[in-house]
Structure formats: C-alpha cells, structure tokens
Design a protein around this ligand. Structure first.
Ligand SMILES: [Zn+2]
Length: 393
C-alpha cells in the first residue's frame, strides 16, 4: 500500500487515472460524504480531533476529518445481484408463460465482479501543524488536544490550519481473485474512458457498422492516444475493446439519445406529470414506424395509377386522423429528426398546381432519405399533387 497526500481533489483523480493507465486496473467510486471536497472547510472547536486513522498513519500532527471518499476495484463486490436475480426470474417467467425463448448470451462467467477487496481511501482533513506531538502517548495526545480545543474556542484565527487530502492506495497484492498483470489481466480490462467517449461520438455521428467503428478506433489509438509512441499490444482490451464492449457503449448512447428525443412522452405544457411512456407504447410506436418505413419503400414500386390515387386518399385520411391525436403545440418534439421538420415545412409549402416539388421532380433521389412519419405523409400529398398535375395536363 502507498500513503500519499494531495493539496487538491483533482490531483487525486489525475493520479488514479495515471495509475490505471500504467496498469490494467480500474477503480470506481464506492461512496462519498456530502462534505467531501468542501472548499471553505473550517476547523470547529467541538469537532473530534484525531491523530491517526486506518488510512492515515500517525505523524504527530492532530487533524479533523472534513469528509471521506472511497473507490473500489472495478472487479469488486457485485452490487447488482438482486436486480440480476429479478431480471432472470422475470425472463424465466416470460418463457414459461409465452412458451417463447428469450435470447440470452452464452457466458462462461456472467460478471466481471469477483469480490476483489482492493479499495482506495481518501480523507479530506484539516491539520494543525503547530500542535504536533513527538510521542504517541495518551498523555501527550490529551494535553495537546486540550490546548488546541481551547485555542479553537477562544482565538480560532490564531490557529494555523491546513487542508490536505490523505490517500491510501492499495498495493497490487491487495487485489484478490483476479489477475493484475500480464495477458490474463488484459482480458478483464475496462475500456479506456477516452475510447468510450470516441465510441459515443462516432455513434452519434451515425457510425453503425462494427468494422467501420473498429477502424476509426484503431486510428484514434495509434494516431491520437499514442501519437509518436509505440502503440499498445492488440491484447490490451483497454485500447482494443471487444465487439461486445463496443456494442454496449453504442447501445447505451443510442438509448440515451432516444430517451431524450424520440421517445419522450408528451408531458403537458407545465412539464409536470412526468409519467414515463410505457414499454408497450414504445414498442407500438416502433412497430408503426416500421410499417410506415416499409410503406414508403414499397410506394416507389407502385405502377397502377388508380391504386396510387386510392392509396394517396387513404394516407391523407390517416394523416388527418393522426393530426387529431397529437398535441398541437408547435414547440413540441413531435418529429423524430431535424430532417423531418424540414419535410414538415416542405409539406406546408406544397403548391396546388404545376410547380416544382422535390417529391415530384426526383422521386428516385429520395428513396433512401425518407424514413419518418411526416416525410411519408408529405410524400402522400406529393403523389396526390402529381396525380392532379398529370390529370390537368
Ligand atoms: Zn481488484
């Protein structure tokens, strides 16, 4: 174990990240006091004085603890067992009731958690260097404590106090039940935070294929993270995440984006009543969007004019019906994407006669563009205009 002292909290975070980079380890926050990190921490006459603690060795200087924070090895105790058991029970129940097989992953070990006991203890303390004692005896401690408390009560400004962060960092041998060095440790390495961020960025910019994603990530590792240096060996999972690591980050990113845009239920003008849209509703919405997408694609293959005329009329009825079922507030996020807002604008601008319109002038150019509900509906109107146009000519 190593005992270290820091003046500022962000220096500790930096140190931990450096240690993680130098090894195959990763630490995650386990707990933190509310008062930890307090900027204007002041000594208090009534507060307990300490001389040492399990993470701070005795050095003769008394101190008061402001707050503590603890990190644990990412392969520590599994704190999600209850949730996982609940999920498994629900899955099994669903299988029994519906006679349907729920897809599950084949895993040799279903968790990376192996109950490793390695933890980092951090204590933010206020130290009183002028009250240092030479010997760790009850008598010396009692005498110094009384003098210090009296000084804090009557002349607090005269007491020299310094804030310091004391850190107890575990040694490699304190990690239990998992490898800490070499190839075996690489297998369980956590993905580098900068790489996770890169995957998020790439996902948001539209990268979906695994091969493309990996290609971008390799370039990022070699040309940015290790620019001008020897890149790490491909066995380092931290820098060369597995397909499933990448998929997990992509999935979470997409889910977060979806939750914040598309699937946000109407919450009323006051923003109150934040009842989350039920899973069933989400599933049905996606189902509808799927049908609409398919309809859009098939539309371009239609040949019979009469059928297209009838279809257009039916779609127009659906559109009017839908409009009656959605909130009418202009500011609401009714569209799936910015592109759709444009389609909506286009729809408003659809002329009644013989003018140029994207859906009339270049149908084939839009086959890959159109995915949204509004666009489809705009298309139905476009087709109608086309029919009217050809009829008048
Ligand atoms: Zn560990």
């Amino acid at each position: 174990m190593a005992y270290l002292e820091f003046k500022f909290e962000d220096e500790i975070t930096k140190y931990i990240r450096e240690q993680e980079l130098a090894t195959s380890l990763k630490f995650v926050t386990l707990g933190k006091d509310k008062s930890f990190g307090q900027k204007d921490a002041q000594p208090l006459a009534r507060k307990k004085l300490s001389w040492e603690s399990k993470s701070i060795p005795f050095n003769g200087v008394p101190f008061q603890v402001v707050g503590t924070k603890t990190y644990e090895c990412h392969q520590g105790k599994d704190r999600q067992t209850k949730a996982k058991e609940k999920y498994a029970a629900e899955r099994d129940k669903k299988e029994r009731e519906d006679h349907a097989f729920v897809k599950r992953r084949k895993l040799v070990q279903n968790t990376k958690k192996v109950d490793c006991k390695a933890i980092i203890n951090i204590a933010q303390v206020i130290r009183f260097p002028d009250f240092k004692i030479e010997e760790s005896t009850v008598c010396c401690k009692k005498e110094a404590s009384q003098t210090l408390k009296a000084a804090l009560s009557f002349t607090p400004s005269s007491v020299k106090a310094e804030v310091v962060y004391c850190v107890r960092f575990p040694s490699l041998s304190e990690h239990s039940s998992h490898a800490v060095v070499g190839e075996a440790a690489y297998v369980r390495e956590a993905v580098d935070a900068r790489l996770r961020e890169k995957i998020e960025q790439l996902t948001l910019s539209g990268v979906r294929k695994m091969t493309e994603m990996k290609c971008h990530l390799n370039t990022f590792v070699v040309e940015e993270l290790f620019h001008g240096e020897q890149p790490p060996p491909p066995t380092r999972r931290r820098y060369y995440p597995t397909d499933s690591d990448i998929r997990n980050v992509m999935f979470k990113t997409k889910q977060a984006t979806r939750d914040s845009n598309i699937d946000r239920p109407y919450e009323g003008p006051s923003g109150r009543g934040k009842n989350r849209s039920s899973r069933k509703l989400l599933r049905l919405r996606r189902q509808c969007a799927g049908y609409l997408k398919e309809i859009t694609e098939l539309t371009y293959h239609l040949q019979e004019e009469q059928y297209v005329t009838d279809l257009s009329s039916q779609l127009r009825s659906v559109l009017l019906d839908m409009k009656a079922h959605v909130p009418q507030d202009k500011g609401l996020p009714l569209t799936f994407s910015p592109r759709k807002r444009k389609a909506e604008t286009d729809m408003d601008l659809i002329p009644t006669k013989s003018a140029s319109h994207p859906f009339i002038d270049g149908l084939e150019q839009h086959t890959e563009d159109i995915v949204s509900v509004d666009t489809l509906l705009a298309l139905s109107l476009g087709l109608r205009t086309e029919c009217v146009g050809s009829a008048t000519n």
